[in-house]
Design a protein around this ligand. Structure first.
Ligand code: FAD
Length: 301
């Protein structure tokens, strides 16, 4: 605690995790978020190791009269997870993931990113609808709704939330479920990060054996046809098919529309399956890829 101001030393004294002030060598890296254009300088960054640390940090910010920002995965493009001259409650130490394959539930720390959830779940041939990028935070994405590749089958991420451990503004800690804290639970499901600090989420998992994914790119001259095709296919698409359509001026030469598709593997005899390649506009370049999940000897489908 050498060199720390008295208030910051008091905060460090009440926390298990490290506290980084402006003089700490890790401060500049810790205040950086996904969006490199955000350049804010918090008074202090509290790296919380549990709900007790979060409660102490919330209490400290209030006693010092400082604003507080909560950092999960740090992917808020607007930079909502870092503030100037206030306290950042950094949850990255709470990145743990525990899968219970029997109950098909997963418990996820408030600072985890999707990559950890996907890897731990896939080991049991289970999955849940997270985001499309595995580096985004579970917390911010869930609290804002959550759009991902499994949306047709299993809804938004928030539809799969079972419970959340939340530190409230008064320092109290509650487990919010539909039964125990219905109003708070309702607010967490899409209300953003304004109702408390979530230190742990519990989600329902779903069986997933294999998926097909890939990108079809179209030259700019076929962009209108591609978007019409996207509209027509999605009007009667099976739930297993997720398509996303992007106009991309940077990654594809000549500027192009690209359609990303993801299909859950169907069992033989069921309707649908592969996308209608015969209806693709001329000039399409297809790059479908199978994504096989770990083998399950009991699954022959
Ligand atoms: C590259 C990229 C890809 C994306 N892809 C998708 C996608 O496929 N689907 C989709 O739905 N969204 C997507 N998003 C949007 C993303 O869901 C939001 O930016 C989300 O807020 C990121 O969550 P985070 O925890 O990483 O963010 P943070 O910046 O850490 O936090 C975002 C907000 O949530 C609050 N917050 C964070 N953690 C907690 C917590 N534990 N308790 C309470 N409040 C908290 C923060 O204070 C802040 O207000 C993407 C964003 C990026 C940058």
């Amino acid at each position: 605690m050498e060199g720390m101001s008295q208030p910051v030393a008091r905060l460090q004294h009440s926390l298990r995790g490290p506290v980084l002030d402006r003089h700490h060598p890790a401060y500049d890296v810790a205040r950086t978020t996904f969006n490199g254009m955000i350049d804010r300088h918090p008074e202090v960054i509290a790296c919380c190791a549990g709900s007790d640390d979060v409660a102490a940090a919330v209490d400290w910010a209030q006693s010092e009269g400082l604003p507080a920002a909560i950092r999960g995965g740090g992917h808020s493009v607007a930079g909502h997870s870092v503030c100037d001259d206030g306290l950042v409650i950094d949850l990255r130490l709470l990145g743990g993931v525990q899968v219970d394959p029997e109950s098909r539930r997963v418990k996820v720390g408030g600072g985890a990113v999707w990559r950890s959830v996907d890897a731990a779940s896939a080991a049991h041939r289970l999955a849940m609808p997270g985001g499309t990028y595995d580096t985004t935070g579970v917390a911010g994405l869930t609290l804002g709704g959550g759009i991902g590749h499994l949306i047709g089958l299993h809804g938004l991420t928030l539809d799969n939330l079972v419970s959340a451990d939340v530190v409230l503004a008064d320092g109290g800690v509650v487990t919010a479920t539909d039964a125990t804290e219905p109003e708070l639970f309702w607010s967490l499901r899409g209300g953003g990060g304004n109702f408390g600090v979530v230190t742990e989420f519990e989600f329902a998992l779903h069986p997933l054996t294999a998926v097909w994914g890939g990108i079809i790119t179209y030259p700019r001259s076929h962009m209108c046809d591609a978007i019409r095709l996207f509209r027509d296919v999605m009007a009667s698409a099976p739930d297993e098919l997720t398509l996303m359509c992007f106009a991309d001026n940077e990654k594809v030469p000549d500027g192009a529309a690209s359609i990303t598709r993801l299909l859950r593997r169907r069992r033989p005899g069921r309707r649908g399956g592969r996308p209608p390649a015969s209806r693709e506009p001329a000039g399409a370049q297809r790059r479908p890829r199978p994504h096989e999940l770990p083998a399950d000897p009991g699954d022959a489908g």
